[in-house]
Write a protein that binds this ligand. Structure first.
Ligand code: G3I
Length: 384
């Protein structure tokens, strides 16, 4: 796929119309993807199978976003549930949906400690898979998956969440992959992915690596890691900052843009890859656990303006850095969010509510994108 031609075509088409939020609500020229296209910023979402099949969800997925990340469907656990038995259905569906809707794909993720198949983790634990065999299996996994989608993936999250949540931070010695294969594996996996698809942008992806921890500890560790990879001539092209924020902690958008720029100064692209802003939610019935499905109780949305401000801050941090090529939310609908299942009592993290109405979080992104395309000049009003 020639990504450059598609981007040029989209930009030319939208240049004719210009952003007109007030007149068109959240459709047509004022969708997030259309507004982003004016400035060649791709606006993305994580998508799970229902986002591609449910009529309302799939319409939003197609209309609002120009890049999709599979929420789970490209993870090893899903694509090879039993050794040698592959299930590419979900991944194929996502790539086909994206292409049908002129969207790009962020592949996610090749090397992560989580969502590994049981046959692999159990084999390692009981000694039937040696470290040498594990290395071969990882090589094979990366080669098989990246080759399968060669030419159809824009960015691959090759390595995900390899840094410790400590101050100072470092590559986690206890990580599944590091503890078995050593830190040298991080250079190898980028090389293997590059051999399988030389045109895909290869990323390191993590959370709290653009100042969200307040201390910049993880940013410093990420910078050290990517500098080390670059010094070894490893084919790494980008750094993805996930952007999972929580209103109970701090967030400094200025620090985020400085940190993103520091990665960019190394010659790398950067991206916000999994943005959401969670908070504690109250329901109208305290006997109920907070929202887990669309039919559950409507949460109290009093925190929405604060969350909108933080979404906006993340987008502005990306906009401030020329090398920031995509801004992706980790799902758009509260009813499908991963947050309530992981953080008890928290939710309200997304840009659409449980009834699929846009929230202030959406409007904030929309307005900022619109302004980023250029506010109208005021002219000379001296004599008005
Ligand atoms: O598919 C099974 C289903 O068969 C079973 O009935 C059900 C019962 O719990 O579980 C289903 O699997 C769940 C899977 O999502 C698919 O829905 C897993 O339990 C659940 O743990 C898994 O959560 C995913 C999580 O990664 C795992 O760590 C989330 O959907 C996914 O959004 C989340 O995404 C991660 C990124 O990959 C990396 N960055 C953080 C981000 C949020 O945690």
């Amino acid at each position: 796929m020639n990504f450059r031609l598609i981007a040029a075509g989209a930009a030319a088409a939208f240049a004719l119309t210009g952003p007109v939020i007030a007149a068109e609500g959240s459709t047509g020229a004022s969708t997030l993807r259309a507004l982003g296209a004016h400035i060649q910023l791709h606006i993305g979402t994580a998508a799970i199978p229902s986002d591609l099949s449910d009529p309302t969800l799939s319409q939003i997925t197609a209309e609002q976003f120009s890049v999709l990340t599979p929420g789970n469907e490209m993870k090893w656990q899903v694509v090879e549930p039993e050794q040698g038995n592959f299930n590419w259905t979900g991944a194929d569906n996502l790539v086909n949906f994206a292409e049908a809707n002129h969207q790009r794909v962020r592949g996610h993720t090749l090397v992560w400690h989580n969502q590994l198949p049981n046959w692999l983790t159990q084999g390692v634990a009981n000694g039937t898979i040696s470290n040498d065999q594990l290395r071969d299996l990882l090589h094979q996994h990366i080669t098989t998956e990246v080759r399968r989608y060669r030419g159809r993936i824009w960015q691959w999250d090759v390595v995900n969440e390899m840094l410790a949540d400590s101050n100072p931070s470092q590559v986690k010695p206890t990580d599944f992959w590091i503890s078995h294969l050593g830190t040298g594996i991080l250079a190898d996996v980028f090389r293997w992915a590059h051999a399988a698809d030389p045109d895909a942008l290869l990323c390191y992806n993590d959370y709290n690596i653009a100042g969200e921890d307040g201390s910049n500890a993880k940013f410093n560790a990420a910078l050290t890691l990517v500098k080390s990879l670059l010094s070894q001539r490893v084919p790494i092209d980008c750094v993805g900052d996930q952007g999972h924020l929580d209103l109970q902690f701090g967030f400094n958008p200025i620090l985020m843009s400085q940190d993103l720029q520091a990665f960019a100064n190394l010659g790398l692209k950067v991206a916000i890859t999994e943005a959401d802003v969670r908070t504690f939610v109250e329901t109208t019935d305290s006997s109920q656990t907070p929202i887990v499905s669309r039919t559950d109780l409507t949460p109290n949305h009093t925190a929405d303006p604060a969350a909108a401000d933080w979404y906006n801050g993340m987008l502005q941090s990306c906009l401030a850095v020329k090398a920031c090529i995509s801004f992706t939310v980790w799902g758009f609908a509260d009813a499908e969010s991963w947050v309530p299942g992981t953080f008890a009592g928290e939710g309200d993290a997304d840009i659409y509510d449980v009834n699929l109405n846009t929230k202030p979080q959406y409007t904030a992104l929309q307005q900022t994108l619109s302004l980023a395309t250029g506010a109208p000049k005021r002219g000379d009003h001296d004599r008005d």
